[in-house]
Design a protein around this ligand. Structure first.
Ligand code: BT5
Length: 322
């Protein structure tokens, strides 16, 4: 470890301010060198406060994502064991696709502090404010057949909801197929892209956007009314590295189970997380508008809508309460 990394590590583990003198003695370097390293950390985006007569305090919550901050929390076998952390990119989905041209790893994580062209489904845009959220793509290679892939989005949504509940105790709802909601507002979204031949899956790129430490004004004007973040509903800000490691774990556990047992063991839990079940809905698909009551979900992850013409399974689309 370099002296700069040692300073960071000491501040990260400290429960009280650490003085320049303490750091200088501990690392056997001059006070001037300590000061220079602190300046350099500030330049890198670390939020370090110098409290008069007491010392330095690192604000972990504003800490940029890094392998150093993530690894101590990571409990997975393969997920996030290879990773790329970017300061900025167009879209982590795009970076993942480029990476896949010459690489292969089940559980590769690409995460960026900012996306300039973040994407939702149907090429909609995804607002990805710098440093506030988790904008990430997971490259996974589950041992399933291409036609078995659709419920992956629902399994991922459950895993993320579970991870959030573990770290924050917030209650997260899932809106079919890919929205995570808190109090009816969107806190996250999932974009699942499949690379496969008719016979086998080459990779699934699971794009996840999660609003973590935003205040309401951090969102673009156009989504102010529909978007929310975890921090808006939580008393204290959330340490993104810890949350990311928990998401990695819950995703890995869920996808492994899905590979072996399919969607059946997730179905009940998914329904419990989805307040829309039992409600009158309007579903907009690429081809038509369907009205009816959302009555459940089948083993392929299709939403079942009871209409005057009978129960219709919905494989894609946008659903709103009517
Ligand atoms: C989604 O699409 O919800 C999928 C979003 C996936 C984003 C991730 S971020 C990492 C990875 N890289 C990418 O480029 N994408 C993935 P959809 O259901 O189509 O919802 C899109 C709609 O959500 C937009 O039209 C807005 O109305 C709204 N929206 C955009 N940004 C938002 C945000 N930050 N929070 C809440 N809602 C947002």
């Amino acid at each position: 470890m370099t002296p700069k990394q040692q300073i960071l590590e000491t501040l990260r583990n400290a429960s009280a301010p650490i003085s320049g003198e303490q750091l200088s003695t501990q690392l056997s370097i001059s006070r001037t060198m300590v000061w220079k390293h602190i300046q350099s950390l500030l330049d890198e985006g670390y939020d370090i406060e110098a409290i008069r007569k007491k010392g330095y305090v690192l604000n972990k919550l504003q800490e940029p994502l890094s392998e150093n901050t993530l690894t101590p929390y990571l409990e997975t076998e393969t997920y996030a064991r290879q990773l790329m952390i970017l300061e900025s990119c167009s879209s982590t989905q795009k970076v993942a696709k480029e990476w896949l041209v010459t690489n292969s790893f089940d559980g590769m994580l690409i995460v960026s502090e900012e996306q300039t062209e973040g994407k939702g489904r149907l090429n909609r845009s995804w607002n990805s404010t710098k440093g506030k959220g988790l904008w990430m793509s997971w490259v996974i290679k589950p041992a399933i057949l291409p036609h078995e892939a659709p419920p992956i989005t629902l399994v991922a949504a459950l895993a993320i909801a579970h991870a959030i509940e573990q770290i924050t105790t917030l209650q997260v709802d899932i809106k079919w197929p890919n929205d995570l909601l808190i109090d009816g507002k969107k806190v996250g979204g999932i974009l699942t892209e499949l690379q496969s031949t008719p016979e086998q899956i080459e990779a699934i790129i699971l794009g996840i956007g999660l609003n973590v430490n935003h205040q309401q004004e951090d969102f673009e004007e156009s989504i102010q009314k529909i978007a929310t973040s975890l921090a808006i509903h939580h008393e204290t800000p959330i340490y993104r590295s810890q949350l990311l490691a928990e998401i990695a774990l819950q995703l890995e556990v869920a996808i492994r189970q899905f590979e072996k047992e399919g969607f059946a063991p997730f179905r009940e839990r998914w329904i419990r997380h989805s307040p829309m079940i039992g409600q009158h809905v309007t579903a907009q698909t690429v081809r038509e508008t369907i009205q009816g009551v959302a009555v459940g979900i089948n083993e392929y992850g299709a939403l079942l809508v009871e209409t005057s013409q009978g129960v219709i399974p919905l494989f894609s689309g946008d659903v709103t309460l009517s």
